[in-house]
Design a protein around this ligand. Structure first.
Ligand SMILES: [Fe+2]
Ligand SMILES: [Fe+2]
Length: 358
């Protein structure tokens, strides 16, 4: 664990959630008037099918603990090392922050638009994300580390994104969220003896919500094809890289967590990239070449830079600040080098909707 502080108290947990740095999950706001003008009539049939699935709400009763939860937790917890516990808590805080970030954004859009399609979609997605956030928060409360969501909503910084950036970023974070949860779920399905927290049993039905959220954004983009061509391809490339690189660096700070599941952070992340690349065929005409040796080397170089940055950050004084600036600049250069690597072109699927088969 390379985090500069550990989570020991409820204040630590809350301040970890409110932190804003390059790697922490953010809260977003956008141009609601532009959101209000989104037209999905070009994909009406598929749109209505997805809305019907939301309406059916097959996860209505899912986010409740069962009778075995507490006992399973008590048994597992006895086996944790302090390092594993810290990485698990960090995983909970950052996952909760991402879930709650979606909840706030979707709710704000819902309140500020009267376009019936968008309003309906945002109502469903905010419903799901609020369940997800609440469910993770219960697992923090088991350690008296519950996050005060009202306080977090008021105090965390918000990043403004134009609607098209919201589309790219949110589509990707929903799909990568699906890929992350399903990869963990499948691994622990094969190795139940490695399931060191009962929450992982919830991941399969949970990630279907995320998957569906991603489908909705894919449909919006397919209905507005200018978002998927011309100069916007550069934005898509940028967001793909930003989302992949952030996940990679963040996950490499939790090697013990992945190891406890029988996974290695690098192997796990490339599996997640592969699934996400496969899914994005429904909407993005390009994909990152994740097997390119320079891509792999570039990402692992970013991890080394992030570690050097952390070490400088842990020190005090002018020299440490100079070092932080230097490592920040190195990271920016490395990111730019990754950005100019060749990408792969792909032909979009005829239909947007894609069944989750992973
Ligand atoms: Fe979620
Ligand atoms: Fe979601």
């Amino acid at each position: 664990m390379n985090m500069s502080t550990t989570i020991e108290s409820v204040d630590d947990a809350n301040s970890r959630a409110v932190q804003s740095h390059v790697l922490s999950p953010r809260f977003y706001t956008t141009d609601f008037a532009a959101m209000n003008r989104i037209d999905v009539s070009a994909v009406r049939e598929e749109w209505d099918a997805v809305m019907q699935e939301y309406e059916g709400d097959n996860n209505q009763d899912h986010f409740q603990r069962d009778a075995e939860f507490a006992q399973e937790l008590a048994q597992s917890q006895a086996q944790w090392t302090p390092e594993l516990k810290q990485e698990l808590l960090d995983f909970f805080v950052s996952s909760l922050t991402s879930e709650f970030s979606g909840c706030i954004l979707y709710n704000e859009i819902r309140k500020n638009v009267n376009n019936p399609d968008i309003k309906q979609l945002m109502t469903f997605m905010a419903r799901d994300e609020s369940r997800h956030a609440g469910f993770i928060n219960q697992s923090l409360r088991d350690f008296n580390l519950g996050i005060d969501l009202g306080q977090l909503k008021r105090t965390k910084a918000y990043t403004y994104f134009k609607p098209k950036y919201i589309m790219y970023a949110t589509y990707l974070s929903e799909k990568i969220g699906y890929a992350r949860y399903i990869t963990i779920y499948r691994q622990l399905e094969r190795h139940p003896e490695l399931r060191f927290h009962p929450i992982f049993r919830w991941f399969e039905r949970w990630c279907n919500d995320e998957y569906r959220h991603g489908e909705s954004f894919a449909l919006i983009m397919r209905a507005n094809p200018h978002l998927l061509s011309g100069l916007n391809l550069l934005w898509i490339r940028f967001f793909l890289l930003a989302v992949y690189a952030t996940m990679y660096v963040r996950d490499h700070r939790r090697p013990i967590l992945h190891h406890a599941m029988g996974l290695d952070s690098t192997q796990y992340d490339y599996k997640v990239f592969q699934i996400t690349n496969d899914i994005t065929r429904q909407v993005f005409p390009i994909a990152l070449d994740i097997d390119h040796p320079a891509f792999r080397a570039g990402l692992s170089h970013l991890v080394t830079i992030a570690e050097a940055f952390d070490q400088a950050k842990a020190k005090k004084g002018l020299w440490a600040r100079v070092q932080q600036g230097w490592h920040g600049a190195r990271a920016a250069v490395q990111f730019a080098r990754l950005f100019v690597l060749p990408v792969k072109s792909q032909t979009l699927n005829a239909k947007t909707i894609l069944r989750p088969t992973w």
